[in-house]
Write a protein that binds this ligand. Structure first.
Ligand code: CTP
Length: 385
């Protein structure tokens, strides 16, 4: 047990105060666990609260139900329950121990104490708890999660972690990008060792992980990280779409693409994944970009894309990086001439304006002309011929 000076600030949070105020049967213990504490210590907002309960689950959960107004979902057989209020989601679970009958399978669960409960978790930064009741607030951090949080490490708790639950491989990269953390070297080498356990996961569990990734701000970097560890060859031929055909790297690419361009709000659904027209468009553009050499041709092609799509292509196709870098520089080039220069030449506004400006821009991007004077001379020649 460690004392943490920031801990008392938890009680200044309305939602935590409310939880602490619920009267509970004698001998019961309530802990905050997982992401909420991690986010609190990182000074990040979190609307999901995970609570672990040591004691008679049904009795304790019904006390919370009475005191906290919200929609209740109670899966009593699993000794878990959820209350959704207008601001928060509260997940309650009996402290438990898990065992994995075979790699990748869902675990067998039996009641246990908080230490066992933390031991079954994925990463040290998710394996911290704060005892809310009985008082005083107590920080429980058997795996030094707080230290890892400070040094920015994603670290598993034991050697068999990825074998027990291969979805943790996806999760490691997701958290690493979300918090700009590093995957601790030993953990990284265990990912390599145990990567093949990914093939034991059901398609639903993989889809779930991809959907979670698609909700992340840095999703395309995560998609690229997973590509770099060659995960896709393990899942590409599997039926990863609930209905219809299997997912290939191309669809994963699109999974990502759709997230940015179609779906600003919310997770990707199967029907959106099937937006074949959009897949084809981006694929065509990527193929074209690989082929073309002329700087102005790349400029024109890339101008047709959203900035976010360009970022994604840059991450997923390293061979196009130089062209994209050039494009970004070219976009910033100040136009050598404008419409008013043409008016000054005595030209009347017409569609010809656009054509002239475009032609000048192409020459400028290809570094064939560099000054306004050169541009004006050329236009003079075009007009007189
Ligand atoms: N967990 C785990 N292994 C998994 C999934 C979850 O050990 N494969 C544990 C972690 O301790 C995690 C907690 O269950 O903190 C809750 O899971 P989840 O809601 O997925 O994660 P959060 O920590 O709440 O993080 P996020 O912000 O991504 O929701």
């Amino acid at each position: 047990m460690v004392s943490n000076p920031r801990l008392n600030r938890l009680l200044q949070r309305k939602e935590i105060k409310e939880l602490v105020d619920v009267p509970l049967p004698k001998g019961s213990r309530i802990y905050l666990v997982g992401g909420y504490i991690r986010d609190f210590l990182l000074r990040r907002k979190s609307h999901d609260i995970d609570l672990a309960i040591e004691g008679d689950f049904d009795q304790i959960f019904s006390r919370f139900k009475k005191r906290i107004s919200g929609k209740v979902v109670n899966y009593a057989t699993f000794q878990t329950g959820t209350i959704v209020t207008d601001r928060l989601r509260l997940d309650f679970a009996r402290t438990r121990k898990e065992s994995y009958p075979t790699p990748g399978a869902l675990p067998k669960v039996v009641p246990a104490d908080i230490y066992e409960d933390l031991r079954r978790r994925d990463f040290t930064i998710n394996a911290m708890a704060v005892r809310l009741k009985p008082p005083p607030l107590t920080f429980i951090d058997p795996y030094n999660g707080y230290q890892d949080l400070k040094r920015g490490w994603i670290r598993i708790l034991h050697e068999e972690s990825f074998r027990d639950d291969p979805t943790r491989i996806f999760r490691a990269y997701r958290y690493a990008r979300r918090f700009s953390f590093a995957i601790e070297p030993e953990t990284k080498s265990l990912i390599k060792r145990d990567l093949h356990f990914i093939t034991r996961l059901t398609p639903e569990r993989i889809i779930n992980e991809l959907d979670l990734i698609a909700e992340e701000k840095e999703w395309y970097r995560i998609i690229r990280d997973l590509k770099n560890i060659s995960i896709y060859r393990l899942i590409a031929d599997r039926p990863l779409i609930r209905r219809g055909r299997g997912v290939t790297e191309r669809k994963l690419f699109l999974h990502a693409h759709l997230k940015l361009n179609i779906l600003e709000n919310g997770p990707i659904t199967v029907s959106q994944l099937k937006s074949a027209k959009e897949i084809k468009r981006v694929e065509r553009i990527v193929a074209e970009l690989k082929r073309i050499k002329k700087r102005s041709a790349c400029y024109r092609t890339l101008s047709r894309l959203e900035p976010t799509t360009i970022e994604m292509i840059k991450e997923l196709y390293p061979e196009l990086k130089t062209k994209i870098r050039q494009f970004k520089r070219d976009v910033l080039l100040k136009p050598l001439i404008t419409g008013s220069d043409l008016l000054n030449l005595g030209l009347k506004p017409s569609p010809l304006f656009r054509r002239i400006l475009d032609r000048i821009r192409v020459l400028q991007v290809d570094r064939k002309i560099r000054s306004k004077k050169e541009a004006m001379q050329l236009i003079g020649q075009w007009i007189s011929s």
